[in-house]
Design a protein around this ligand. Structure first.
Ligand SMILES: Nc1ncnc2c1ncn2[C@@H]1O[C@H](COP(=O)(O)OP(=O)(O)OP(=O)(O)O)[C@@H](O)[C@H]1O
Ligand SMILES: [Mg+2]
Length: 250
């Protein structure tokens, strides 16, 4: 089982959109679990799963609730969701009071390691214990970059964050919400893929993606041949080739 965390210190850059669409691509051939770690529950909503976790996320972290009991299926074959509800607002505190607090997410996932080929973690923004857990359990950390100086700063922060943690995850950044009419964005397409962590995948800013909220479905369902759907397919292809077995630092 491989784990991909979609994460940035910056909010609103397309993490959830990437998580849902990469999950859809991967589920064509693999058994996929998407874990919504964000109390906003956007991934849960987009995949039409009820945002209700009996006992809250605290019961999962304490071990009182089995992981498999909290997982819900979606109407996409081979794609399940571990939904988020409001209890995820306290996840940082709950993790903090648990033993080996930065490894709890990894522990919770161990229980279902035989059931899935891939787990995608949709992380909330910011540097928190949730992010530390996600990075620790991840084989790859995917960072959407909206071309701007602030985004580059977010990428540097993620790289520093992962390097300082016990994680051995590979950091993979791609360009998200790109508007080619903007000089800054065109410049980013021309230069950024030269950065070691940035791959040559460009998701355009488009109403097709905005419609996801109304369709409550991955792009593959209602716009499979759109440029954005193809970009997420390319992102998944890239991730697949970089998900090689890795050793823990300790
Ligand atoms: N390529 C795109 N083109 C147009 N709109 C987009 C695109 N990608 C994402 N969006 C829209 O931007 C908003 C933020 O996207 P998303 O929820 O994926 O970001 P996020 O990084 O997960 O945000 P948060 O930090 O709040 O979790 C959403 O309304 C989404 O539909
Ligand atoms: Mg999100």
């Amino acid at each position: 089982m491989k784990v991909v965390a979609v994460y940035s210190t910056k909010g609103g850059v397309g993490k959830t959109t990437a998580a849902v669409n990469v999950a859809w691509e991967a589920a064509k051939l693999h058994r996929v679990l998407l874990w919504d770690l964000d109390p906003q529950g956007a991934a849960t909503f987009l995949l039409q799963v009820k945002p209700k976790v009996k006992g809250g996320v605290g019961a999962l972290v304490s071990g009182d609730k089995k992981t498999s009991a909290a997982i819900r299926s979606t109407d996409v074959d081979h794609l399940d969701v571990l939904p988020a509800d409001a209890s995820y607002r306290d996840l940082d505190l709950v993790l903090d009071s648990a033993k080996k607090s930065e490894r709890r997410v990894s522990k919770i996932l161990e229980q279902v390691a035989g059931d899935y080929d891939l787990v995608i973690l949709d992380c909330p923004p910011g540097s928190s214990l949730v992010a530390e857990n996600a990075a620790f359990s991840a084989d790859a950390v995917v960072v959407p970059l909206v071309p701007s100086p602030l985004s580059m700063r977010a990428l540097d922060q993620v790289l520093a964050f992962v390097a300082a943690s016990a994680s051995t995850a590979k950091v993979v950044a791609f360009l998200s919400m790109v508007d080619r009419r903007k000089t800054l964005h065109r410049d980013a397409i021309a230069t950024l893929p030269g950065h070691a962590a940035v791959i040559d995948v460009v998701v355009p800013s488009t109403v097709v993606v905005e419609r996801m909220g109304a369709e409550r479905a991955p792009l593959g369902r209602y716009a499979p041949s759109s440029e954005a759907a193809r970009a997420y397919a390319a992102l998944w292809a890239h991730l697949q080739s970089s998900l090689k077995p890795r050793k823990r630092k300790r």
